[in-house]
Design a protein around this ligand. Sequence first.
Ligand code: GDP
Ligand code: MG
Length: 316
Amino acid sequence: MSTPGIRITAVVPAWNEAESLPELQRELAAALDAVGGPWEVLYIDDGSRDGTDAVVERLAAADPRVRGVSFRGNYGKAAALATGFRLARGAWILTLDADLQDDPAELPRLVAALEGGLDLVSGWKRRRQDPFSKTFPSKVFNLVTSWVVGLRLHDFNCGFKLYRREVTEAIQVYGELHRVLPALAHWQGFRVGEVAVHHRPRRHGRSKFGVSRFVNGFLDLLSAAFISTSALKPLHVFGRIGGVCLLVGGGISLWFFGQWVIGTPMRTRPLMLIGGWLLLTGLQFILMGLLGEMIAHMRAHADYPVRRRYNLDEPA
Ligand SMILES: Nc1nc2c(ncn2[C@@H]2O[C@H](COP(=O)(O)OP(=O)(O)O)[C@@H](O)[C@H]2O)c(=O)[nH]1
Ligand SMILES: [Mg+2]
């Protein structure tokens, strides 16, 4: 339930971003004031070790509209967003990165998109201020994801997004699914769109994500598709794959059996054996992974241990 009155809650996941937060809070407050209506900002400090907690404490003391929590450990961006979504009281929920790369001055354009009827609008870092080693794989990821999801977005993983509350209440964010949030919303039937936003170079601190994110990105997409789309019912997926394996394996075995019956000498082909073994093992690994995802999905409402709260009475 949203608290009557609060129009926008800004959720800011922050991991070691102490230097950026004061400036961010100034820019964010100005932008929220400009679009009008009561607002709040929620900082989710994810086990930072650089004094981010002291900064949030100071900001919260200076302005009661600033709230937040500090996790005991580093549980990841998805955990921070899920917690922010749960604590948010606004009718609309804004998320943005803590590192000042997203420009709060773009907020009115996101607001206009929701007023125009969208349920979720995602920023698109059209001129992305990051190295090529990041922008190129990201292009590939977004093309493939658009194709798989059936929703053309240029920038699924942009941290700058505005949601109607219904969306944040409906989607379950855990693991690293923060990369594919628009897909989760789209698959639930929400109207999802994008607007190009101004993107700035990082000023303080360093990027928290390395190249591994691109491999993970595709695995996240697979698991999101698996748990979200009715086309991917576990037994339908496993059953089809298993059925094909049985048919092919059965065919091959029958053929060899026939050869044996008519007296053809059987030769051993190690490579063929290894190939078959690899196929089966690979399949097993993927299926085990998907089963694991299903179990993780059942626990998606887990609460993360909180060390401190800022302007927050309820247990977080
Ligand atoms: N809560 C939380 N936030 C994170 C984590 N890793 C990164 N972030 C935040 O996510 C945002 C984007 O991270 P950043 O490293 O700038 O990613 P990049 O801009 O894609 O290189 C920043 O606000 C980070 O503080 C994490 O493990 N937990
Ligand atoms: Mg960044």
